[in-house]
Every structure is written in structure tokens, then in C-alpha cells.
Design a binder for this molecule. Structure first.
Ligand code: AHR
Length: 333
């Protein structure tokens, strides 16, 4: 599968170079800025609030870095908030961004629901909200300007298709789910279920959330191995970090991960490639977190009143052990 993201990121970085604002005189420029919602004067420094879920996974750390790096590159004053995995902290951060009169808000939402009221507050203050990486469910989609994200259902399908091929359509699967209510957990479950439905010999024998974290993935896998150790023949993890935790649990149970129990996961972080090279992980489906350039392009366009697509879908690839060693040096996260 081709992945047009990197070429376009390269292209976008040249656009970014044009959009760099001078950091010198930043304070004075901020003082010159118009009130919240008013179009900033040309050449003035933009102030953007970014509400991040947490640092739960390697993927999310890479996403935060991409947004911070791109803000710095463009001379944008970034207000970063880590919600420690709590939606109510995201509400607090957004209210604080509104009170500070930011020019735009970038939001990586923890869960799909519950955003209506807070986004109405941002809209009332005329502050555009750009969603990155996870979608939300709202009755009025004018509450955000655009969503930039991967297709999580497609990722789940790719994982299911890969596992069906690997196991010739026969598998007793343990599924490690992401955080309850999060778009990637819901959609990756759906896509995977759709894919394996075509194979009567493939069955999910246990499914539990490991919250997208290595430690919790390990803990949950230990418990599920105690209950289903004799029956399990494959693992599907909604992200690489939980798969890495599962690898530890499988080893502790005296089995060989990737050999006795094939494992497929999602994200394609560097540690997943290292695990594939070691023969302990079999396949990872890419979910690209390097969203900074696209996010700030959207912010700048929204501030200029330019129209934006409601959703930009990032194209991702499938990587298995056969390409792991050659791809490892190319990984950017
Ligand atoms: O929303 C993207 C998911 O969230 C990534 O797969 C995962 O690692 C993360 O924390």
C-alpha cells in the first residue's frame, strides 16, 4: 500500500517555511493581537492551545512532539496541556485557552462523546477548534472546523486481514482494547470484527481494555493468559504499547511471543519494529502521529477564513517481520 503522507509532509514543510513568524518581538505582537475570535493582524504571532490526552503511548508522545516542533518552526506561541487521561481536564484546559484569548485550539479528544457544551463555549468565543487524531460525536459539526486523523476502522480491518492470512483463517484470539469510549478503541474493534467475520474459524475468546498502555497491556494479558492460556493462539492489540506489554506477559508465562502466539497491533512505532526484528511481534499497522504540519496548516487556513474539508484521512501502511529490519532505520517515531 502506498503512503502519500510523507511526501505531502515534505511538501507541507516547505509551505511551513513560508509561514514562519518571527519569534523576536513576540510579547509586543501578542499585546497587539485583537480580542478572541478577531482575525489576528497580518504578521502577528498566533497563539494556539493544544489539549492532549496524555503521554499514554509512544505514538502520543510522538504526536505531542510533532505539534510542539511544528509550532516552534512556525513561530507560533503554543499553550500545551496534558490532561492526564481525563476528559474533565481537557474541559479545564479549553476553558483556560478561551480565557487567555488564543487564536485557535487543537484538540486530541480522549473520548468520542461529551464535547457539545465545551465546544459551544469555544464557538461563542469565535475560536476555531481543529481536531487531531480522534473523532467525536456531536449533533452540530460546525462546532469544530476540521478533523485530521487515520481511518481506525480500516486499520482494524487490515489487522484482521493480516491475521487471517497468517493463521489460514483459524485463530482463538485475545483482543487488547484501547481506552473505553475512545474512537480508536471503538473503530479498531469494529474493523477487526468485520474482517474476521469472513472466517468462521477465527474467534475472539477474550477482550479487555489495556488503556493503550504498556503496563496495563501486560497486566491484562497476564490475567487473560491465566484464564485462557491453553486456548489462545493469537493476540490482536489496539496499539503497539499494549502489544509490547503482552509480549512480556507471554514470555513470563513460558511461551514464545510471535512464535507460539502470533501478535498483530497498530501504530508502527519504532519499538514495534525492534520487537518484530527480535521475532516477538509479527505485524503492525501504521497510524501516523506526525500531524503537526497538517494541524497548523488547518489552523492558519481557519484563521484566514479559508474553507477546509471536514475530515482529512491519513493513509497508512502495513508492516510485518519481512520488512522490519529494512524499515527500522527509516522510522521517524
Ligand atoms: O488515537 C490514536 C491512538 O491513541 C494510538 O493508537 C495510541 O497509541 C494512542 O494513544
Amino acid at each position: 500500500m502506498k503512503m502519500p503522507l510523507f511526501p505531502s509532509l515534505r511538501h507541507l514543510s516547505s509551505l511551513a517555511a513560508v509561514a514562519i513568524f518571527s519569534l523576536a518581538g513576540c510579547d509586543r505582537q501578542s499585546a497587539d493581537k485583537e480580542s478572541p475570535g478577531g482575525a489576528p493582524k497580518p504578521g502577528k504571532t498566533l497563539t494556539v492551545g493544544f489539549s492532549q490526552v496524555s503521554a499514554e503511548s509512544d505514538w502520543r508522545v510522538a504526536e505531542s512532539k510533532s505539534i510542539k516542533d511544528e509550532a516552534a518552526k512556525r513561530g507560533i506561541d503554543l499553550k500545551f496541556s496534558d490532561s492526564q487521561g481525563k476528559q474533565e481536564n481537557q474541559f479545564k484546559a479549553i476553558r483556560s485557552f478561551i480565557a487567555q484569548g488564543v487564536d485557535a485550539i487543537i484538540l486530541a479528544p480522549k473520548v468520542e462523546t461529551g464535547w457539545e457544551e465545551i465546544l459551544k463555549e469555544a464557538k461563542q468565543a469565535k475560536i476555531p477548534v481543529v481536531l487531531v487524531d480522534r473523532g467525536i460525536k456531536v449533533s452540530d459539526d460546525s462546532l469544530y472546523v476540521t478533523l485530521i486523523a487515520s481511518d481506525f476502522v480500516a486499520e482494524g480491518r487490515l489487522a484482521g486481514d493480516w491475521l487471517a492470512k497468517k493463521t489460514s483463517g483459524k485463530a482463538q484470539i485475545i483482543e487488547l482494547e484501547g481506552s473505553p469510549g475512545a474512537a480508536p478503541a471503538i473503530d479498531r474493534k469494529k474493523g477487526f470484527a468485520e474482517s474476521i467475520a469472513a472466517h468462521p474459524g477465527m474467534k475472539i475468546i477474550a477482550s479487555q481494555s489495556g488503556d493503550f498502555e504498556t503496563g496495563k497491556g501486560k497486566e491484562v494479558m497476564e490475567t487473560l493468559l491465566q484464564q485462557h492460556g491453553k486456548d489462545v493462539t493469537a493476540v490482536y492489540a489496539h496499539n503497539d504499547n499494549m502489544a509490547l506489554g503482552a509480549i512480556e506477559a507471554i514470555k513470563a508465562a513460558g511461551k514464545k511471543p510471535g512464535v507460539d502466539i502470533p501478535i498483530v497491533s497498530i501504530d508502527a512505532v519504532r519499538a514495534a519494529f525492534t520487537a518484530m526484528v527480535a521475532g516477538e511481534l509479527n505485524c503492525t499497522i501504521e497510524c501516523n502521529p506526525l500531524l503537526g504540519p497538517l494541524a497548523f496548516d488547518a489552523v492558519e487556513k481557519a484563521r484566514k477564513g479559508e474553507s477546509l474539508p471536514k475530515k482529512t484521512v491519513i493513509q497508512d501502511r502495513v508492516f510485518d517481520q519481512s520488512v522490519a529490519a529494512s524499515e527500522l532505520p527509516n522510522r521517524k517515531y
